[in-house]
Design a protein around this ligand. Sequence first.
Ligand code: HEM
Length: 401
Amino acid sequence: MSSTTTPGPPPLVDPSRLVADPGAAARELHEAGPVHRIAGTDGLPAWLVTGYDDVRRALGDPRLALDKRHAAPGGYRGLALPPALDANLLNMDPPDHTRIRRLVSRAFTPRRVEQLREPIRGTADRLLDAVAPHGRAELISAYAAPLPITVICELLGVAPGDRADFRAWTDALITPDPARPGQAKEAVGSMLAFLTRLLAAKRTDPADDLLSDLIAVRDEEDRLTEDELMSLAFLILFAGYENTVHLIGNATLALLGHPEQLRALRRDPGRIGAAVEELARYDGPAPLAIRRFAVEDVTIGGVTVPAGETVLLSLAAAHRDPRRFPEPDRLDLDRDASGHLALGHGIHYCLGAPLARMETEIALIALLDRFPRLALDASPEELRWRPSIRARGLLALPVRW
Ligand code: HEM
């Protein structure tokens, strides 16, 4: 471990601080320096980058690879997925990443996203119809979670009858019940079997959905392999579901905590697009980008990260960097928040960004339209957050109207 600015290894940052109070943790980290040592998500030490410019530059730096083969021996202990689910874009670097992303872009088109606008609106309205008579609801389970999973099922072409199972497996993987240790592994098995059947069915009987298009896309003599197809479906499910749930939840909470700005947005709902950008900056669902591995010694913010070591890029801290966003702890829906990194940057920039934006905008507007007197039904201190440094999201959001 070498550093050009510090004589020995800097002290380890306690990751739980980033969960308990991300704003205060970001302030302290910015004051302490641009790069820190941290116990990473797999328990092994990693480097945490916090300044906006450094994070943005690192997201586009080809010397920071996503492929686990670049990790030093014993330097990675993350989730072990079967190969059929692991051949995904967020484990890949060029040239494989370039090839697959090019093929996917031919199928995941603006038309495909636009086609989802009406189904999203219809689903949002139906979910709100179901809770409206009760006067109160727990918004994550009643609205923020069922909406994105339904949208992803529509996108991939999962039949309505299979969606409950599909959601149960996904939930078991995202938030495994500690009392059922084998549950996540079982869910991976069920999901793999289901996706295998689904792909076979789409192959013999293609429909107007993304999965059928992904099977069909070819680029000269190139096409997606079976593992790549399966891994893509799995990635779209995970990347698209959890983040969207959390953004809808975090954004709703932020609006309820800022009644004047909420009133202004209600008066002029045409500003929802810009509002979602600021809400994603203020309390985005992905505090960290996917872990990267230094393929050679890389100097970031004056600190040399040795080859093979893990680098964590803190999107949350970058968003609270006062050099880029003045008064970063203030939610300001009038702010120009473009340039935020909530959807990433560079070659791994979120593939589902247009869908994520459209879905969040529709979800918030439908909710605000339906309930002119929407209010939090708990004190902010009572709210519980996911105990994870990888996901910033509420376990429950009680509201009344
Ligand atoms: C609010 C919702 C979302 C957020 C905050 C979000 C965030 C992100 C971020 C930060 C990355 C880059 C990760 C990195 O470079 O380390 C990413 C990549 C990705 N996202 Fe999203 N995402 C969202 C919704 C979606 C949706 C709806 C889909 C698909 C339907 C999706 C599919 C993907 C895929 C496939 C990648 C990998 C792209 C690549 O490696 O080339 N995401 N997302």
